[in-house]
Write a protein that binds this ligand. Sequence first.
Ligand code: MV4
Length: 496
Amino acid sequence: MNKILIANRGEIALRIMRSAKEMGIKTVAVFSEADRNALHVRYADEAVCIGPAPSNQSYLVGSKIIDACKQTGAQAIHPGYGFLSENPAFAQEVKEAGLVLIGPTPEAMEVMGNKLSAKAAALRYNIPMVPGTEEAITNVDEAKARAVEVGFPILIKAAAGGGGKGMRIVEKAADFEEQMQLAVSEATSAFGDGSVFIERYVTSPRHIEIQVLGDTHGNIVHLFERECSVQRRHQKVVEEAPSSVLTPEIREKMGKCAVDVARSVSYVGAGTVEFILDENLNFFFLEMNTRLQVEHPVTEMITGLDLVKEQIKIARGEALSFKQDDLKISGHAMELRVYAEDPLNNFLPDIGTLQTYQTPKGYGVRVDDGFEQGMEIPIYYDPMIAKLITYGKDRTEAIERMVRAIEEYDITGIQTTLNFGKFVMQHPAFVSGRFDTHFVGKYFRPESLKSENEQEAMIAAIAAVLLMQDQKSKSQPIASEAKQQSNWVQNRKKYT
Ligand code: MV4
């Protein structure tokens, strides 16, 4: 394998190419017409345009990507996350074209792509699961009877689901039928598959996931957990590793379960096994993601492994070069997803041009991004512009470093989730480690940021007045001096 095609864009395309380059592997970028000048296109050794901006005419068209491989002689495809990364039909086409997909088999993707078949596979390994139905609900009365047995509140979930679509909480038996109909119609329109099932609703869960790696020789290991409870509308914003609540015993148990879930589909490649953890630290398997995840860097930081390199070595047929007992956690890592979104306006996408774009630097700071100053954020794709990752000897240092890095990060022209991230890092519930998936809903109000913005605006206004008075009292400063002073006002605003 000496040339791979990266079937993705943005930060993750660059992230993958960097590892390939270190391994002496040539890279091929694919790009849509909206991404002609994108960094991933410039970074790659070769680049192929695969169509118009909308992803269903470019990044989601498997045949164009396979054609680009043939055209350039790339032998393997790294799909990144999103787009075609968990599409079993694409995985099958890649295989039939005589190419290698850097990822699991189409069969493993197929089983894990449906929550019910995923649970059925995991059941053979006695993995703890939330009580509910093991099959899709076909009869409302039977389902209602089962819900009464399981106990309310219950959650109706879409088997094909993702992103919380087709999910409905039911508080009491009388509401069951109506909520079920809503879930079925939502699932049908979102996934073309109306199958739903029920589970007892775990009211205050933490979302903890385990990274796994499997090779083609039957070795499977886990790389510990990531805590992903800080999310809104099923979109993660802050992730960390390790979790502040797991004991070594629970960690080991969850790790073993994750490896068994992977084993249930003979998993090959990097994957993530998702659990929820209740108040009493009971954990339950939810589903498995068969891709490299956005938040994989926090695992890299605490294990010292490069997950993309591991994926490539696995795809080349190499055996894992370490055993479970060789792995240990060192230090603590935090990740903030920097979205082009306005936290003061319900986190609505705020696309535009990056007027200023200066990333933080220094010890323990990693920025995985795909943009530079002056670039425009296209409206067609995910609004995540960067991931800010900090590493420290412990959780406190990782948090302090994150606050410092957020303050150094300078983005103007668009609103971002940076100031929201600072709010999270400084919130007592987050700092103490006592939080769950309701963190944002429970604690975040737009006012929590406004007061800080207003304070900053006030300081800037005062500084401007002082500066004007200062300038009036002196002879007119030369242009560069004036510029320096205005920079000082901006920096003063940023660092206060
Ligand atoms: C749950 C749950 C509570 N009880 N299942 C949301 C998305 C999907 N991956 C599973 N999800 C949940 N399943 C039971 N039985 C709560 C959630 C949930 C959630 C889980 C992880 C992270 C964030 C979440 C936000 C809301 C609900």
